[in-house]
Design a protein around this ligand. Structure first.
Ligand SMILES: NC(=O)c1ccc[n+]([C@@H]2O[C@H](COP(=O)([O-])OP(=O)(O)OC[C@H]3O[C@@H](n4cnc5c(N)ncnc54)[C@H](O)[C@@H]3O)[C@@H](O)[C@H]2O)c1
Length: 520
């Protein structure tokens, strides 16, 4: 695969107040590049400050001049670091010219942007309502052109993320990066086609690969050289303490040390199990997540939750352990059985429901997964991963907002446990859990819409008659989100508007489970 065009520039984009000029200067200094500030150049050309020109000639004329200058600058740029004006991406010419560069979006919240911009001379930062609207309108534009997304950083933290950004120069074209930050650390998440086997590796040290027997023959060589490969039996039934013990002992036998790292190569089962082993082996060793399923790429490999199941309840023993890097190679989805891809799509549906807006529309627009080449899923995987990163940034340890990610999981996990982990794939059980959660949310139309989506992708919408409500209820009793006073659910009345920590009476939960078993 072709790498990015020769000698691309690092172009910093983002809303006003994101700190583009400062960060571009700091990055240029750290990487030994020349820094250019597009707004400064524009002011030189206009012969007047931007706010004065804006007020005298109006926005349309300003945008025209900005597009001419920024378009020309980007078309001719070779190397260097460029800070682009916040509105420059509105121009088709600029967006086209950005395609051959590494485009770093400094993502800033509307509130932070307002706090940083309102007292300055910026003509579009005078009215808060209009400012917020503009912020919301620009987000999809920034997202569509960004190669890398960084939280709007302070000067001294740029250096931490910069090597991961610069590595994009050597990665396959189309690779995108999210810089994830949360309380206990920060790490890069790369999403792209052909990442594994591209020669790039994010960590030094020997690699100890934990994988499963299906994935090992397919992708082990793509993450070589390996000091050892430990392949567990595939399937949720093997996400157990017994399997963890086998992995720990194999690592010890193979001589793994703290200077080495574990590579979790596989789906969410491998990611959770290998992650748990990485958290606990010698009290913690570094971990690279290389997820090869849709569930793994949009969800399981991100955020640091690791663990195994007990027969009594799912994910009951575990640890928080952030990966050092995530390599989500969407090309691996080509070998994923169709039913696994569909089951993974339930986590995409969940994320679409939680995020609402454009992402929900994109999720609904996928008619048939069979017609989509997995490479084309890169952008949707990237968008879902970004949503999860954003949620985990505020709440790594699940004390608040992170709970929204559990939408559909309370009943979903209970169905998995009640059926001995073998009857449904994780995603399939979560699909049923989503239907129950929407019933409890009192959102019949949205429930019908989601049922239609699940049905369209060949996913179950009815609970197997052999699985009794009582068994699901008692598994739900052990849900980790339950406290001494009862269940706490994530409910959602419309896309983009989840509420977490909602109490629901047992009787209502029972009705929602019973409803899943009613014949069509
Ligand atoms: N830690 C978290 O935050 C988190 C989030 C979501 C889900 N999870 C966990 O993830 C697990 C489910 O993950 P999953 O759906 O990926 O299941 P999985 O890991 O069992 O993988 C599904 C199947 O696909 C096979 N496979 C994997 N990649 C393949 C490929 N590229 N080509 C061919 N076959 C391939 C596997 O061998 C397995 O048989 C559950 O245990 C769930 O609890 C964890």
């Amino acid at each position: 695969l072709a790498a990015l065009a020769e000698n691309p520039a690092l172009v910093f984009i983002g809303f006003m107040g994101a700190g583009k000029s400062t960060v571009a200067r700091a990055a240029a200094q750290a990487a030994g590049l020349e820094a250019v500030d597009a707004d400064e150049l524009l002011e030189l050309q206009l012969g007047t400050p931007i706010d004065v020109f804006f007020d005298e000639h109006g926005e349309e004329e300003f945008r025209k001049r900005e597009a001419e200058m920024a378009g020309g600058l980007l078309e001719g740029a070779a190397g260097g670091a460029i800070a682009l004006g916040g509105g420059a991406v509105l121009s088709d010419r600029v967006r086209e010219a950005l395609r051959r560069h590494i485009v770093v979006w400094l993502d800033v919240s509307a509130q932070d942007a307002w706090d940083r911009s309102r007292n300055g001379a910026r003509p579009l930062a005078r009215d808060r309502t209009a400012f917020d609207r503009l912020h919301a309108e620009r987000l999809p534009l920034y997202e569509s052109v960004a190669t890398a997304v960084l939280p709007a950083l302070e000067r001294d933290t740029v250096a931490t993320a910069l090597p991961a950004v610069l590595a994009l120069r050597d990665l396959p074209a189309g690779t995108r990066l999210i810089w994830a930050t949360s309380a206990s650390g920060e790490y890069p998440i790369y999403v792209g086609e052909g990442l594994l086997g591209s020669g790039y590796w994010p960590l030094r040290g020997r690699r100890f690969c934990v994988t499963d027997a299906n994935v090992a023959p397919l992708y082990r060589d793509a993450v070589a050289p390996l000091a050892a490969t430990i392949a567990v039996e595939p399937g949720e039934e093997n996400k157990t303490l017994a399997a963890a013990e086998r992995v720990w002992r194999s690592l010890a036998t193979a001589g793994m040390t703290q200077d080495d790292h574990i590579v979790a190569l596989g789906g969410g089962v491998v990611g959770d199990l290998a992650g748990f082993c990485a958290a606990t082996y010698q009290r913690g060793v570094p971990l690279v997540q290389a997820p090869t399923t849709l569930v793994g790429q949009v969800d399981a490999a991100i955020g640091g939750k690791t663990g195994v199941d007990l027969p009594e309840a799912k994910n009951y023993v575990g640890a928080y352990h952030l990966p050092s890097a995530v390599l989500a190679d969407t090309a691996t989805l080509r070998t994923l059985p169709a039913q696994e891809l569909a089951a993974g799509f339930v986590e995409v549906i969940k994320t679409g429901l939680l995020a609402g807006g454009a992402l929900w529309e994109r999720v609904k627009a996928i008619e048939s997964l069979g017609d989509v080449d997995p490479g084309e899923l890169t952008d949707i995987v990237f968008a879902c991963a970004r949503y999860k990163v954003d949620v985990c940034a505020d709440d790594e340890r699940d004390g608040g907002r992170r709970a929204v990610l559990n939408l559909g999981h309370t009943i979903g996990h209970a169905i998995e446990a009640a059926s001995g982990y073998g009857r449904y794939r994780h995603g399939e059980a979560v699909g049923l859990g989503l239907l129950a959660a929407l019933r409890l949310s009192g959102a019949p139309e949205l429930r019908a819409e989601v049922e239609g989506l699940l049905h369209r992708h060949g996913l179950p919408v009815r609970l197997d008659a052999a699985i009794e409500t009582d068994a699901v209820m008692s598994a739900a009793e052990r849900d980790k989100k339950r406290d001494s006073e009862g269940h706490r659910f994530v409910l959602i009345d419309r896309p983009g508007r989840p509420h977490y920590g909602e109490r629901v009476a047992n009787g209502e939960v029972r009705v929602a489970i019973d409803e899943l078993r009613e014949a069509e």
